[in-house]
Structure formats: C-alpha cells, structure tokens
Ligand binder design. Structure first.
Ligand SMILES: NC(=O)c1ccc[n+]([C@@H]2O[C@H](COP(=O)([O-])OP(=O)(O)OC[C@H]3O[C@@H](n4cnc5c(N)ncnc54)[C@H](OP(=O)(O)O)[C@@H]3O)[C@@H](O)[C@H]2O)c1
Length: 216
C-alpha cells in the first residue's frame, strides 16, 4: 500500500512513518518538499542503522496526496482547513484523521468544533465522496518513535465506508502488537478523539508514563 502523510514531518507523522514504512511505501509530505526530504532521510537512516528495511521518501503535501492511496492528515487541528483548501485529488483517496482537537489549561480539555469532532469537521471540508476514517488518535508520537519497544495498544478506527475502514484497519494491524478495533461510524469519532486528553490527564495526575488503551 502507498501511504501519503500530509504534515508528515511532525511528531506523529514521523513516528507513524517509521513504523509503517517497514511494511508499506510511505511518502512524507510537507509544505516544503525539502523539509520532507530531510525528514524522510532521517527516518531512513534511523531504521537502516537498526538493520530495519523501509521504503520512504519526502515530497510536497500535494505530491504525497497524488502518490498515496491512503492519506494520513498528520496536522494540528488549527491548520487542517487551510491545508485541505490547498490540496486537490483527495476525493480519490482514503483519508485518515489522527487529529485530536484539545487545549492545555489546568488540565487537558477536549475542544471539538461545532460539528462534534475534528473528523466530522474534516468530512465537511473534504470533497464529497472522500472515504474518511479516524485512526492513530490514541498512541503518542514518542511511542511510535521508540522503535525498540513493542506497541501493545488498541487503535479504535471510525468510518462510514466499510471497505475503507477495513483497509485502514489492515494498515494499522501491519504494526506488530498493535490491534485495530472497529469503533463504529464517523459520528462516533468524538468518543475516540477525547480519549487522548483523558490519557494525558491520567499520565499527568498519576505520574505515569506510557499510558495507552487496550480492550479486553
Ligand atoms: N503528537 C502526538 O503524540 C499525537 C498523538 C496522536 C494524535 N496526534 C494528532 O496528530 C496531529 C499532528 O500532531 P503533531 O504533534 O504531529 O503536530 P506537529 O508536530 O505540531 O505538526 C505537524 C505538522 O504540521 C505542519 N504544519 C505546522 N504548521 C502548519 C501550518 N500553519 N499550515 C500547514 N501545516 C502546518 C508541519 O509540517 P510542515 O512544516 O512540514 O508543513 C508539522 O510538521 C494533531 O492533530 C494531533 O492531535 C498527535
């Protein structure tokens, strides 16, 4: 599978890229192609230094969309609208949102837009017919990047198109120990997005590291 990551130079983008590129072709996107090239070269070097093979390259966000079959929107919520309005061709793709709108006050607070979740907002901004799913919302970037550690976490996946959801769950499940769970339609995505501020609050108030979710 070819996976394009819009905003792939960021924390979660690079982390996911390093895991997925061992199993699929990953195309890191950026507003600046050169920045994406540097990011992809760093990921490549990190992986190959560990004896791990990978397929990874860096390009502009638009080229990542053009070349990818599945497109991950690895962007802060506040930059989603401007980025989506600068891109074309997403209607032919499966688009994945890991986006969690939240704010750090005295504690972490889920701050969804009036649509009810970032995913429902993104759906409105995408061309009609785009197959949108949520995934990768609940595992922190530092965990994706800790390549010697097994990721024993659950990843809930929401979406309205069964075939697209199946594709995204298969993609998630290529990462050893991670398990994707069908978390229902896109309308249920608020319940997934708000897990991250909950996990951050639990980590903070209980002085824990590596807080994540599993379903048993
Ligand atoms: N970090 C985590 O642990 C984590 C975990 C789960 C989910 N998430 C979600 O994943 C998303 C990305 O998080 P992140 O921590 O990876 O974010 P980030 O590192 O702050 O930013 C990601 C990328 O966004 C691009 N960007 C920055 N400003 C922009 C602008 N004005 N316009 C367009 N693009 C801009 C940058 O790429 P270029 O400069 O290369 O264009 C940047 O590398 C968020 O919605 C977050 O809620 C994060």
């Amino acid at each position: 599978m070819k996976v394009g990551i819009v905003g792939g130079t960021g924390d979660i983008g690079e982390g996911i890229a390093m895991r997925l590129s061992q199993h699929h072709e990953v195309i890191i996107g950026s507003r600046e192609a050169e920045k994406a090239v540097t990011s992809s070269e760093e990921c490549y070097r990190t992986l190959t230094d560990m004896g791990l093979s990978c397929t990874i390259s860096g390009v502009s966000n638009q080229e990542a969309v053009d070349r990818g079959e599945v497109i991950i929107l690895a962007l802060p919520f506040k930059h989603v609208e401007s980025t989506l309005s600068s891109l074309h061709g997403l209607e032919h793709k499966i688009v994945v949102s890991p986006v969690n709108p939240m704010e750090k006050r005295d504690y972490f607070v889920y701050t969804p837009p009036p649509e009810g979740s970032a995913a429902l907002y993104i759906k409105k901004k995408l061309p009609a017919g785009t197959r949108l799913c949520t995934a990768f919302n609940t595992v922190a970037a530092n965990k994706w990047k800790a390549l010697t550690e097994d990721l024993e976490f659950a990843i809930p996946v929401c979406g309205d198109n069964p075939a697209a959801k199946e594709t995204v769950m298969t993609l998630v499940n290529c990462i050893p120990h991670i398990r994707a769970y069908d978390a229902g339609p896109l309308a249920a995505s608020c319940m997934v997005e708000c897990l991250t501020p909950l996990l951050l609050n639990i980590a903070r108030f209980n002085r824990l590291r590596d807080v994540g979710i599993q379903f048993r």
